[in-house]
Design a protein around this ligand. Structure first.
Ligand SMILES: Nc1ncnc2c1ncn2[C@@H]1O[C@H](COP(=O)(O)OP(=O)(O)O)[C@@H](O)[C@H]1O
Ligand SMILES: O=C(OP(=O)(O)O)[C@H](O)COP(=O)(O)O
Length: 402
């Protein structure tokens, strides 16, 4: 196990890795749940009079979302209700000067780590520890704290290099996410375990079905992934229409696997029996899967399916969710996702809801986060944790504690 911030003596100068990666619309960084969650960790550190320099990333080089962290500092400041400084440099002279002036109880955000050449190439932690990036920053701090659980599957310098060369601790988000997300592998459940799988990425979800089938009794499928399974079952859905590009490419790549899984896991897979689409007058319309046509975009599971999935949830001791069952961002097509989430919230089953997009549905539809066991802010890391795959940035924290 790793050390946590409970093990830190007060009043230190800390390098704290957060995951503030957020949607960017027309150059404007959008606040998301990651800021609020990380702000809680920072608040605790500031109360203990630590001086905190934040290391984080945004987007990937070449993408529109690859922008400076200046706006992130401001958003973080809003959550913390205090000034948060920003320096447009990560480990050069300007950054070192700003770090030098950091007092206890202050926060400074360093520039996007992915603007440094040594950050991104996926290399092993020892190689990352030997970069100029890590060798320059490490001596400036008393300790390193990693709170960036949702990036912990990446072997990048800012995530895996520092724990090799300095005292390293897990932040609160890292600790909470690690504990909750690993639970499907580590806990034993007496009653029924149900998993609702949806969203857009079949390649992410198929390994989940294969690797957790010992623990999970019932998989409820929806979203794009659910439609691909319906297509494999011989229904006329799961085809790209009206310029969409969700289905055909994934079908070509995953067809054999989906067909095999459908056969192998027939007993534990629940597929939608009806789907919803945009009918005349732009209203939500529904039809049973038997009569569906290839040339329509289906945007949600139907209400019979949603009710059936909600009943399965109510009978369960534990429920895990990854991916939305429909396009919940459009109120007309939120029924499947929200009905299942409401059923989870109403019962006292053990639950984890994951996925950057999916977890937003909880906020959008007025559900209380407290009614869920855990709402994960991670996507890729959550899926890996569900299947028991190690997360490299967690492993280096564990090594550092030994
Ligand atoms: N039938 C559908 N057609 C198009 N998009 C869908 C459909 N069902 C679900 N989605 C979309 O899937 C997205 C969530 O999927 P994904 O990105 O894979 O999950 P997450 O980010 O939660 O890990 C939602 O934004 C939702 O709009
Ligand atoms: O947002 C993230 O991952 P996620 O979209 O899987 O939740 C992390 O910040 C990792 O980002 P990356 O997938 O560009 O390495």
């Amino acid at each position: 196990m790793f050390k946590t911030i409970d093990d830190l003596a007060p009043g230190q100068r800390l390098l704290v890795r957060l995951d503030l990666n957020a949607p960017v619309e027309d150059g404007a960084v959008q606040d998301n749940r990651r800021f609020a969650r990380h702000a809680e960790t920072l608040r605790e550190l500031l109360e203990d009079d630590h001086g905190v320099a934040v290391l984080a990333h945004q987007g990937r080089p070449g993408r529109d979302t690859f922008v400076s962290l200046e706006q992130h500092a401001e958003i973080l400041g809003n959550h913390l209700e205090r000034d948060v400084d920003f320096v447009a440099d990560t480990f050069g002279e300007d950054a070192l000067e700003a770090i030098d002036g950091l007092e206890g109880g202050e926060v400074l955000v360093l520039e996007n780590a992915r603007m440094c050449d040594e950050e991104l190439p996926e290399e092993n932690p020892d190689v990352k520890a030997d970069t100029e990036f890590v060798r320059t920053l490490a001596p400036e701090f008393d300790a390193y704290v990693n709170d960036a659980y949702s990036a912990a599957h990446r072997s990048h310098a800012s995530l895996v290099g520092f724990p090799r060369v300095m005292d390293a601790y897990a932040g609160r988000v890292m600790e909470q996410e690690y504990t909750a997300n690993s639970s499907i592998q580590e806990r034993e459940f007496d009653g029924t375990v149900t998993m609702a799988l949806g969203g857009t990425k079949a390649e992410d979800l198929i390994p989940v079905i294969e690797r957790v089938d010992d623990t999970v009794d019932r998989f409820c499928l929806g979203g794009i992934v659910g439609e691909l399974f319906l297509r494999a079952a011989g229904h006329d859905v799961g085809y790209d229409v009206e310029g969409t590009d969700f289905f055909d490419e994934q079908w070509d790549e995953q067809r054999e696997t989906i067909e095999r899984i459908l056969e192998e896991y027939e007993e534990s897979l629940s597929l939608a029996t009806d789907l919803a689409y945009e009918g005349e007058d732009d209203e939500r319309a529904e039809a049973a899967v038997e009569g569906l046509e290839k040339d329509t975009s289906y945007l949600d599971v139907g209400s019979d399916t949603a009710d059936e999935y909600a009943d399965l949830v109510r009978e369960s001791e534990a429920v895990f969710v990854k991916g939305a069952l429909g396009v919940f961002e459009d109120e007309r097509f939120a029924d499947g996702t929200v009905t299942v989430l409401e059923a989870i919230a109403e019962t006292d089953c053990f639950s984890v809801v994951g996925g950057g997009d999916t977890s937003r549905a909880i906020e959008m539809y007025g559900l209380e986060e407290d009614d869920f066991g855990h709402v994960s802010i991670a996507g890729g890391a959550y899926v890996r944790a569900l299947t028991g795959e190690p997360l490299v940035a967690v492993e280096v924290l564990e090594d550092a504690a030994e």
